[in-house]
Design a protein around this ligand. Structure first.
Ligand SMILES: Cc1cc2nc3c(=O)[nH]c(=O)nc-3n(C[C@H](O)[C@H](O)[C@H](O)COP(=O)(O)O)c2cc1C
Length: 153
């Protein structure tokens, strides 16, 4: 398996993780020439991973939890593939609670899943029913650009 075939597997309920998955896909395709498949785990919870060099996992957070299907997907054995994680969270969008979101939703999750050693993991701001919007597409683009470099190494 050569090249940089990449899977972005995500679950989104309010739409932000899906929007960010598309931004990441666009950056990896247009800046790095990667071949990228976007899979909504609600539609296909068990994609065939064998064809991919890189797996990027996205989930929203509600009631301090990852969405169930993303959590389940995390249990896969990703073998020697490069893995990255991105979340959408209300807390992550506010400077005063950003670090708390990283600790609770990323660091603790990785401690419970030692088989995952991501090359990058980030939590982006989410949206509460269009009333509070902490999304930041530019931040996602910058992260995806750095991620593309790491996945190219
Ligand atoms: C019912 C509900 C519970 C939520 N609970 C949390 C939470 O515990 N922590 C947090 O950081 N954000 C929380 N949020 C904000 C979500 O993370 C935000 O809506 C994000 O956009 C979800 O990702 P999605 O748009 O891909 O579904 C909650 C939102 C809703 C609607």
């Amino acid at each position: 398996m050569n090249g940089n075939k990449t899977l972005i597997a995500y679950v989104s309920k309010s739409g932000v993780t899906e929007e960010n998955a598309k931004i990441i896909s666009d950056v990896l395709k247009s800046n790095y020439g990667f071949e990228v498949d976007l899979i909504n785990l609600k539609e296909n919870s068990k994609p065939d991973l064998s064809q991919y060099n890189n797996i990027i996992i996205g989930s929203g957070i509600r009631i301090a939890r990852w969405y169930g299907k993303a959590n389940k997907f995390l249990k896969n054995d990703f073998k020697d593939k490069k893995v990255a994680i991105f979340l959408s969270s209300g807390y992550a969008g506010k400077p005063e609670t950003y670090q708390d979101a990283i600790t609770k939703y990323i660091d603790k999750k990785l401690a419970k899943n030692p088989h995952i050693k991501p090359v990058a993991a980030e939590a982006f701001g989410g949206r509460y029913r269009d009333v509070e919007d902490y999304t930041d597409p530019e931040k996602v683009k910058v992260w995806a650009t750095e991620l593309g470099k790491k996945l190219s190494m």
